[in-house]
Design a protein around this ligand. Structure first.
Ligand code: SF4
Length: 400
């Protein structure tokens, strides 16, 4: 079973791969949902494909908008351009794009996006007969439904989402964002208004907002919790699912790295018939997230999938920076957020067992001058006096 991670840009892709992803998915500059992700330009894309393959891993490219007539003009050229790149699969939803790929890039394996809302085994067969190699099932399926699809469709790759944000609508099939600020979810521009707080207004009394209250905080009746199926990995593995996917091309490198390694460690234990250490799950609380739920996996229940009291993220840990160089005395860190002398800083690495915490006794700037605190977008040197693996990340707890 493949662990598939989001890659919003080159750096996030690198961390996803180094922290244990077997494959990554990424948007090109055009025709991909997540229009606001820092999608790669042509040169970066070629470089990333080479980098991914050098690690013997896979890279998939998303072209999963629902195209309007005006989008069709450039699509043919874009598919021809993609055809010449040596990547491992194209993720699409719109039949017009499916046809263009069949015509101009017939060698490319086609994965049908979750945007196509595949909810039954007959639809899986439909796409299989048309030539799809893999289908990404709708998030809105129960375990029993996925099991029946696997049984009735044994010879096509099945992918499911296991972690990340959920929509109140069928994934992305929603116009709230388009109505409010002309940013379309189906073109990758969603502004997430489903998370906002709402009031009631009587038309002849503009400006008078009547609170609609579930409790003293207000109401968030559109606000879905985040999906987390970490505790279901064994069941999913036993089902014979081919790929499990983490959502979040807009999230930070730290988010992606930490979610990936937490799932990877559990998956490795399951594959080796070992016990999954339950404390690893705590790592999933150390990233910015909404309250977790298991979505539709055990059947739909609005009491467990919706978060009615707040749309705020839980952010108990702060991402401080990345270790860009190290020897057995010092680590050089590209700083993203401030930290100071005497603070307890957590150092994390691809293997959960190599993490450690260090109280910062000394800090140096790039010219080796002692400093008391760091500034974002600078490089600092920290004495560590130990050998560490590559790709370390620094974080600190923000709660007392
Ligand atoms: S507004 Fe919310 S429900 Fe609608 S597409 Fe965006 S995230 Fe999904």
């Amino acid at each position: 079973m493949e662990l598939l991670a989001p890659a919003g840009n080159f750096e996030k892709a690198k961390y996803a791969l180094q922290y244990g992803a077997d494959a990554i998915y990424i948007g090109g500059k055009q025709y991909s949902l997540r229009a606001k992700a820092d999608n790669l330009d042509d040169e970066q894309l070629i470089h990333l494909i080479e980098y991914t393959h050098s690690l013997k891993k896979k890279i998939f490219i998303t072209v999963n908008i629902y195209a309007h007539n005006s989008h069709l003009d450039g699509l043919e050229e874009y598919i021809k351009y993609l055809s010449a790149l040596n990547f491992d699969g194209i993720i699409l939803a719109d039949p017009s794009i499916f046809n263009l790929v069949k015509k101009y890039a017939p060698h490319l394996p086609i994965h049908i996006s979750t945007q196509a809302n595949i909810t039954n085994w007959q639809t899986v067969k439909f796409w299989q007969e048309l030539g799809a190699k893999r289908v990404i099932l709708a998030r809105e399926l129960t375990f029993a439904e996925i099991k029946e699809i696997r049984e009735k469709c044994p010879d096509i790759e099945l992918e499911i989402f296991v972690h990340g944000a959920m929509c109140i609508s069928y994934s992305g099939r929603c116009l709230i964002s388009a109505f409010f600020n002309n940013r379309h979810a189906n073109l990758g521009e969603c502004t997430h208004p489903c998370r906002w707080n709402y009031s009631l207004v009587e038309e002849s009394r503009p400006g008078e907002y009547f609170p609609v209250e579930e409790d003293e905080h207000g109401t968030y009746f559109f606000n879905s919790k985040d999906l987390c199926l970490w505790n279901r990995l064994k069941e999913i593995y036993d089902l014979g699912i081919d790929s499990i996917k983490i959502e979040g091309r807009m999230k930070s490198a730290y988010y992606v790295a930490n979610v990936v390694r937490t799932y990877k460690n559990a998956l490795t234990a399951i594959k080796e018939g070992k016990t999954v250490n339950p404390t690893w799950e705590e790592e999933l609380d150390k990233i910015s997230h909404r309250v977790y739920a298991e979505g539709f996996f055990a059947g739909f229940d609005s009491n467990t999938t919706q978060h009615y009291s707040s749309s705020a993220y839980t952010r108990d840990w702060q991402y401080l920076g990345n270790i860009i160089k190290h020897d057995n005395q010092y680590a050089w860190v590209a700083v993203l957020s401030k930290f100071s002398l005497a603070e307890e800083i957590s150092f994390i690495f691809p293997d959960l067992n190599t993490d450690f915490t260090l109280k910062i006794e000394e800090l140096f700037d790039e010219t080796d001058h002692q400093i008391d605190f760091t500034k974002p977008n600078t490089i600092v040197k920290i004495p560590i006096n130990r050998t560490i693996p590559d790709f370390g990340i620094l974080r600190k707890q923000t709660l007392d």
